[in-house]
Design a binder for this molecule. Structure first.
Ligand SMILES: *[C@@H]1O[C@H](CO)[C@@H](O)[C@H](O)[C@H]1NC(C)=O
Ligand SMILES: *[C@@H]1O[C@H](CO)[C@@H](O)[C@H](O)[C@H]1NC(C)=O
Length: 364
């Protein structure tokens, strides 16, 4: 009895630390429709996921920020969305070079990413995803997209952009918690616009749901790439246990693992299971680190100002924000569905530069 228990414990430890060469559970089925990983596209999209961290809204809106001028020069900003209370940020615009609508989302992490990561270990699968039997997700990630200003503002901006530019594709992106929210956004848009019109590319994204959710996700958003940089710990959380794979969190496909272990950088395109044992999951848990979380493809994935969720922008807006503790949406178009919530409308206030581009202040 005693011995059996010891063996069981040992087996558990071995599974947790499962090595690349140990198990092989190839269940590769290449869906023909799945996106082939495109490194050049990733180099551009990572810059959007980085730019959405910028705190100077004026520079971001006018696309003159320090992270806004490399491969993304042909970007036209359409809506910049800030949920002040929850410290969330997103933008929607058109990349004329890619001929695609870009949606980039930033989650809350504030100053303590370490604490946020510790919390991730214990996140419950506490919400049944609507209309998907047995699909469970983490309510925090889902609500940050669904139950905040983001969902309405993003879907409205995407809708408007497609009215203007025709039915061009949408690429949704985000890093870290922003990646988790981007996943829910992509799923939402794919259900509305059709799977062929939506791509998701995330960086250092945590797991968001169970195995059933992952299989729905793969069906609705087949054009999904999750980049994982080296030993980045966040994609390993909340934990997945292969011996309980139906019960624990489970990634959706398709991971691309950027491995730098032997001095050479390789990008490994992983299998369609979502939990390819030969990709980042082959790393020992003890070797995981937070460092690799903050750069992807050589691009900085941190906020330029970690100290607060403070928003730096034209002074008048900052003053107003303090009074109202409101959400801010800077947009080129009216957001019809929001009208009942609007306290101030375009042209209704003298707000410095923003009067020309239209500032919507939405009371939370
Ligand atoms: C998601 O948001 C919609 C409104 O946008 C709301 O009706 C619905 O209840 C939300 N879902 C959950 C599970 O909170
Ligand atoms: C790195 O790649 C180069 C060229 O492919 C090869 O010659 C070299 O041996 C590799 N280095 C290591 C450490 O694997």
């Amino acid at each position: 009895m005693e011995r059996r228990r010891r063996v069981a414990v040992l087996a558990l430890v071995l599974l947790l630390l499962s090595a690349c060469h140990g198990r092989r559970e190839f269940s590769v089925k290449n869906h023909d429709q799945s996106l082939i990983y495109d490194h050049t596209l990733a180099k551009t999209i990572v810059e959007y996921a980085s730019a959405v961290y910028m705190t100077d809204l004026t520079a971001l809106y006018t696309w003159t920020c320090s992270r806004c001028n490399d491969l993304t020069q042909d970007f036209e900003m359409r809506s910049l969305i800030v949920d002040v209370e929850n410290c969330l940020q997103a933008f929607v615009g058109v990349d004329h070079n890619l001929n695609a609508i870009i949606v980039a989302i930033r989650g809350t992490q504030e100053n303590s990413v370490q604490n946020w990561i510790k919390d991730l270990v214990w996140k419950q699968l506490d919400l049944s995803y609507p209309d998907m039997p047995n699909a469970k997700v983490h309510s925090g990630f889902f609500s940050s997209y669904n139950n905040t200003i983001l969902r309405l503002a993003i879907t409205s901006a995407v809708h408007k952009a497609r009215k203007t530019y025709g039915d061009i594709g949408v690429i949704v992106t985000g890093h870290s918690m922003g990646g988790a929210m981007a996943a829910f956004c992509a799923l939402d848009l794919a259900i509305k616009l059709g799977s062929d019109n939506v791509q998701l590319m995330t960086f250092g994204q945590p797991r968001v749901g169970n195995a059933v959710f992952a299989s729905y996700f793969a069906k609705y958003v087949p054009n999904t790439i999750r980049l994982v940089h080296g030993h980045d710990i966040v994609p390993h959380l909340p934990p997945y246990f292969s011996f309980l794979s139906k019960l624990t969190y489970h990634h959706f496909p398709r991971e691309v693992w950027i491995d730098e272990s032997d001095g050479n950088t390789t990008e490994q395109i992983c299998d369609a299971s979502g939990e390819d044992p030969n990709c980042c999951r082959c790393l020992s848990i003890l070797s995981l680190s937070i460092q690799d979380h903050f750069t992807y493809l050589g691009v900085d994935m941190e906020s330029d100002d970690w100290s607060t969720c403070r928003i730096i922008t034209a002074q008048s807006v900052e003053r107003l924000r303090k009074h109202l503790s409101s959400n801010i949406i800077m947009t080129k178009h009216a957001i019809e569905k929001m009208a009942p919530f609007l306290s101030l409308e375009e042209g209704g206030l003298q707000l410095g530069n923003f009067i020309q581009i239209g500032l919507y202040i939405v009371l939370s």
